[in-house]
Unconditional design. Structure first.
Lengths: 489, 409, 250
């Protein structure tokens, strides 16, 4: 079935706007409420971490106390009470499950309901003929299971929870953790460094092309719980990996904080493709509840001819603050950022990227498509910096914004700093509304207002959508229609 | 309050003018802007402070040479080191009146410290008013000459108020020698249907600082065209804030800049579309050689309910040397949906293919380069209606960049 | 089938259609000819239900039912197809996707089973071939970068696939060379049938050499000033619009 037709059907079928809004009734092991050195020690102890990591966390925590909240983004929310949240919540499972068969059935059921297969041989999102996907499922603060581990191990690929990697591959973790996003980078990354609980770890050895998509699925379940996952992906020389990340959370009236850090490292000739479909609970139409998605994602193209490509479809969260970036150190390295961000109702998003060109002949492409509806406000914020040594660097940036309705806002704030004359930087941005001509044309062919908007918006986003792996593209296309429901007429 | 602000304000103890007091208080609170402030991220005023210090010894004390007019037959007012030179006898002709003095208010909560500084420290000011329906056949040319002979810099305020359906051309020519700091705060108010062409040549001494802040309010069906050419100064900032307050109003901002040596040339513009059916069009072209640095910050804001807005903005920079730098920040802030807005920014060197093509046709490398640079800049000059003025300005920029084919140095 | 009585339409407060009467029975092809500014496009947009075309008086019935209170997509589902004079570009949406979405939207509104991918492809392939439309063209975004001829062929393809009860063709011949005109005319003629009505709006007679109408009406200053058989078109070609009560002759 064509993706757009499916979108429309999906919109029709959905009685409820946010279908992932259910919560799982499961007993949890929680840290006491609030944040202190003791909580940091508690988390580290729970994870049975080595001393160096505890010290690293504590240093980050102490620094965090001194840092001001970032205030430059176009987002508006009441001050966060960091003491009014839990920093650790894990489903009580007694002993750690040794295999997927031992995982609590309630958890398996939750993921099944979300369309995430925790049984091997199944595929994501019910798309027939889709390639295999290995999944690491993170539930509140812990990873509950990783699939296809054996098959991946045979190729020397490490794909596991980061808490596990700390135990099993401490040398890799110690070498790379915080090497792309230093703990003190910003207030949110600093908090993450102090209290991160789990997340995924990936290492692709030299010359290995990862035979399947790797995927992490993040789920916030507990009330008043922050999620602070940490993802670290290392692609050794000449390797390739495609990594997918999905997120959902129950509908709750209070705001929940999600402050993740993702670090990518690509060595010589390596390529990392990182795709996100972010669908955290966005809050209701009056702006009540929803996730604060304050995420620091950064990739370092350390090696020659390396490539890092970020693709994101951001439809959820009440506030998104996120700038997946590339540091192009290696000569001839390539950075890409493809983004679709949809804000509706009272959602706010301030998102974009940074491309830092350091190496010679480095290239970057930025394609950003923003759609703002309802009373939402959205900002593209981006930096392209050409350092003096980046001979022959190239950047092309295109930012298009679409407005639906006269109560929303769309803003574009690019920074372009060129310090090398042999570099070429091009930036284009447009803002407009859906044209009446297009809407009428579609309606004359039988489409309703909402169907027409979903179709036109999907067309508007196509350059980004086609960068997504197939199984994600289908889900993302559906999300476009769902996210804009109620925005017309 | 920082020490610079303190030193500056010593000059004004005992001044009873309330507007100036307000500006002074606000400047005292804000101090000189620093790169920590978003609006000053790319331009650091630290070296300016000593030139504002009234205790610094003057460098020179001779009467400057007066240049030819840029527009043939223009009315002319001379402003030497921030003071009007001679009388304003031309006033009263063709509905135009000129009055000495400053009436600029520091009543907006703009956070524009430089504007407050100019108003607080103004040595003199000029008010230009034009009657409704008046269309003087001659342009008004303001010649600002800096000699470096006054300590503490020179500071001036300018008011331009056009009555409904009137039309005027105002030309500013800034030039000078030696080191000094010149600040200028300008208010422009265009009544319904008024048209103002404003051309500014910033050709200050390359040891000087030039800091100008211009606020423009445009009424219903009124239009404003502004062209700025920046070739002078060691550090210059040309800041324009436009408010399209009347339906059917429009603004065109054009700019060209040529940086050499260690010049720092900053162009900062902000356009507010406050009501429906307004349009803005902005083109800035810059050529940067040696170790010069260009800054372009362009903001377009479309307010809620300002439907049917068209806003377009373009900044292109050509880097002629490896050490030159351009920083661009073209921002859109949009709160209405029925709009067509865009911006573009490019940075790069001369197109090698084009250069080769010209050389293959027998044009030597230097001439080919000159030709391409001139062609690159031309787009910004196209908006200057007066042909004589346009050619004089083109000659000036070609001379500044030492391009071949320039008729005058 | 389509009955228009005393229709008055305003655009931006200006009356463009001023008391138009017209009836097209099923099985017949009628042509409306008129000079620029006569109200031809206003008539077609009004019938299709575009915003901004305000009916101030009169009524229109389609298949015995009031047309004017229906939404544009409902009129499409009722079987009213408008071939646009200027087909609209929709970037990023493949022609095939668009077609399938439209067909199934119409079928759903009619309470019919939606086509699956196989059925749909079979339906489209055959009709596309007749109109000389390649698979490559079907993959391109709707009308984006299409030539004038391609756009018009795409309109006729959509018409063939949607299988409407009534076809309203607004200046379908504009911008076509003679070969493209023939392809388009063949496509239209293939859809003629005893159950289907057609109203062809055109400025020039030449389209009517290829699609021969049962009746010809002349529209001037917002109303029908003359009706007759196909010979009226030839007469018009000879005498010009001036002799038919219009002061804005072409």
């Amino acid at each position: 079935m064509a993706a757009t037709a499916e979108t429309i059907q999906q919109v029709k079928e959905l009685g409820d706007r946010y279908k992932y809004g259910f919560s799982t009734d499961i007993e949890s092991d929680m840290a006491p409420k609030g944040l202190s050195e003791d909580i940091v020690r508690f988390i580290s102890a729970k994870k049975e971490e080595p001393e160096w990591l505890l010290e690293w966390r504590l240093k980050a925590y102490r620094h965090w106390l001194t840092m001001p909240e970032p205030e430059w983004a176009f987002v508006d929310f009441p001050q966060i009470d960091y003491q009014d949240a839990y920093y650790y919540a894990a489903p009580k499972t007694g002993d750690k499950p040794k295999s997927l068969d031992e995982v609590d059935p309630k958890l398996l059921e939750t993921y099944a309901k979300l369309g995430i297969p925790l049984r091997e041989q199944e595929v994501l999102a019910g798309v027939e003929g889709a390639p295999k996907v290995a999944v690491d499922a993170v539930f509140d603060s812990v990873s509950v299971g990783t699939t296809y581990k054996k098959q991946l191990e045979a190729k020397g690929i490490i794909f596991c929870a980061i808490s596990e990697a700390i135990q099993t591959h401490p040398e890799l973790v110690r070498k790379y953790l915080g090497s792309v996003v230093p703990a003190a980078d910003n207030k949110h990354s600093c908090l993450n460094s102090a209290v991160f609980t789990d997340g995924s770890f990936v290492y692709i050895p030299k010359g290995v092309r990862c035979p399947m998509e790797l995927s992490t699925y993040f789920r916030i379940n507990q009330e008043n719980t922050g999620q602070f996952e940490r993802t670290l992906i290392i692609a050794d020389e000449g390797s390739y990996v495609s990594y997918l990340e999905g997120c959902t959370a129950p509908m709750r009236d209070e705001n929940q904080l999600h402050a993740a850090v993702v670090e990518l490292i690509a060595l010589d000739d390596a390529e990392i493709k990182y795709s996100t479909v972010q669908n955290w609970y966005p809050g209701d139409e009056n702006g009540k509840g929803g996730i604060y998605n304050f995420v620091t994602k950064r990739g370092a193209c350390r090696g020659r001819n390396s490539k890092i490509s970020w693709t994101q479809v951001e439809t959820g969260s009440s506030i998104t603050w996120k700038y997946p970036s590339c540091i192009l150190q290696g000569d001839n390295s390539v950075g890409e950022f493809y983004s679709v961000a949809i804000t509706n109702n009272r959602q706010q998003a301030d998102t974009g990227t940074k491309m830092i060109h350091i190496g010679k002949n480095t290239r970057s492409t930025i394609i950003s498509k923003g759609i703002s509806a309802g009373r939402a406000n959205q900002t593209y914020r981006g930096l392209v910096r050409i350092q003096p040594g980046a001979e022959g660097a190239r950047n092309y940036t295109q930012c298009d914004s679409l407005l639906i309705g006269d109560q929303c806002g769309a803003h574009t704030v690019p920074y372009i700093e060129a310090k090398n004359s042999s570099a070429r930087v091009e930036h284009e941005a447009t803002t407009s509304k859906i044209s009446d001509e297009q809407l009428f044309y579609c309606r004359q062919r039988g489409l309703s207002d909402e169907e027409a908007v979903a179709l036109i918006v999907n067309g508007f986003c196509r350059e980004v959508m086609r960068e997504l792996p197939m199984e994600f593209a289908v889900e993302a296309t559906k999300l476009v229609g769902i996210s804009l429901e109620g925005s017309v007429g | 309050m920082d020490s610079t602000a303190e030193i500056l304000l010593e000059r004004f103890s005992g001044d009873a003018d309330t507007d100036r007091t307000a500006a002074r208080d606000r400047f005292r609170d804000a101090g000189l802007p620093t790169p920590k402030q978003e609006a000053w991220k790319f331009t650091n005023l630290r070296p300016l402070a000593q030139f504002l210090d009234a205790r610094t010894e003057p460098a020179n004390d001779s009467r400057p040479a007066i240049p030819d007019t840029l527009v043939d037959g223009a009315y002319r007012v001379l402003i030497i080191d921030g003071r009007i030179d001679g009388d304003l006898s031309d006033a009263g002709i063709d509905g135009l009146s000129l009055a000495q003095g400053s009436g600029l208010q520091a009543d907006t909560d703009s956070g524009r410290a430089l504007r407050d500084l100019s108003i607080a420290m103004a040595d003199d000011g000029l008010r230009i008013t034009l009657d409704a329906n008046a269309t003087p056949p001659r342009a008004l040319e303001l010649v600002f000459i800096g000699t470096g002979s006054r300590s503490g810099g020179h500071h001036f305020t300018l008011e331009i108020a056009l009555g409904s359906n009137s039309a005027l051309t105002v030309v500013e020519h800034h030039l000078g020698s030696n080191a000094y700091a010149a600040t200028l705060a300008t208010d422009v108010r265009l009544a319904d249907g008024a048209r103002l062409r404003h051309v500014k040549l910033q050709d200050e001494s390359t040891e000087a600082f030039h800091l100008s802040d211009c606020a423009v309010e445009i009424g219903r069906d009124a239009s404003h065209e502004r062209f700025v050419l920046s070739v002078g100064s060691r550090l210059a900032r040309d800041e324009v804030h436009v408010a399209l307050n009347g339906q059917g109003s429009s603004v065109r901002l054009l700019g060209a800049y040529a940086g050499r040596g260690q010049q720092h040339l900053d162009h900062t513009t902000h356009i507010d579309h406050a009501v429906p059916n307004t349009s803005s069009h902005e083109v800035y072209k810059g050529v940067l050689d040696d170790r010069s640095r260009g800054v372009f910050q362009g903001g377009i804001r479309v307010m809620k309910d300002a439907q049917k807005t068209a806003g377009h903005q373009l900044n292109k920079a050509l880097l002629l040397s490896r050490q030159a730098e351009i920083d661009s920040k073209p921002a859109l802030e949009i709160y209405a949906d029925d709009v067509v807005c865009s911006h573009g920014a490019t940075a790069g060197e001369i197109d090698e293919d084009a250069l080769f093509y010209l050389r293959a046709r027998g044009i030597d490398a230097q001439a080919a380069k000159s030709l391409l640079v001139q062609a690159f800049l031309d787009e910004a000059f196209d908006g200057i209606a007066d042909e004589g003025l346009r050619e004089r300005l083109k000659d000036r920029v070609h001379g500044a960049l030492q391009l071949e084919g320039a008729a005058h140095g | 089938m389509l009955k228009i009585e005393n229709l008055h339409v305003e655009v931006d407060g200006k009356e463009i259609i001023r008391g138009l009467d017209l009836e097209v029975p099923k099985g017949e092809v009628h042509a409306i000819m008129g000079p620029n500014g006569a109200g031809k496009s206003t008539l077609s947009y009004t019938l299709a239900g575009r915003d901004g075309y305000t009916v101030t008086d009169g009524r229109v019935t389609f298949q015995g039912r009031d047309l004017l209170d229906r939404e544009p997509e409902q009129r499409a589902a009722d079987g009213l197809f408008l071939g646009f004079q200027y087909p609209v570009e929709i970037p990023g949406v493949a022609t095939l996707t668009f077609l399938k979405t439209a067909v199934n939207a119409v079928r759903r509104q009619r309470g019919e089973e939606e086509y699956d991918a196989m059925q749909f492809m079979k339906l489209v392939r055959g009709k596309a071939k007749d109109l000389n439309i390649s698979d490559e063209m079907l993959k391109r975004p709707v009308n984006v970068g299409f030539s004038g001829g391609e756009k018009k062929r795409n309109e006729i393809l959509q018409m063939a696939v949607l299988d409407p009860a009534f076809c309203l063709l607004d200046e379908t011949d504009s911008g076509l060379d003679i070969d493209a005109l023939k392809v388009v005319a063949d496509g239209v003629n293939a859809l003629r049938g005893p159950e289907r009505g057609m109203l062809i709006i055109t400025h020039y007679q030449r389209l009517l050499d290829h699609i021969v109408p049962d009746r010809v009406h002349i529209l001037a200053e917002g109303r029908i000033v003359e009706s007759g058989d196909k010979s009226l078109a030839l007469e018009l070609e000879k005498k010009g619009y001036a002799s038919f009560g219009s002061d804005r002759a072409a």
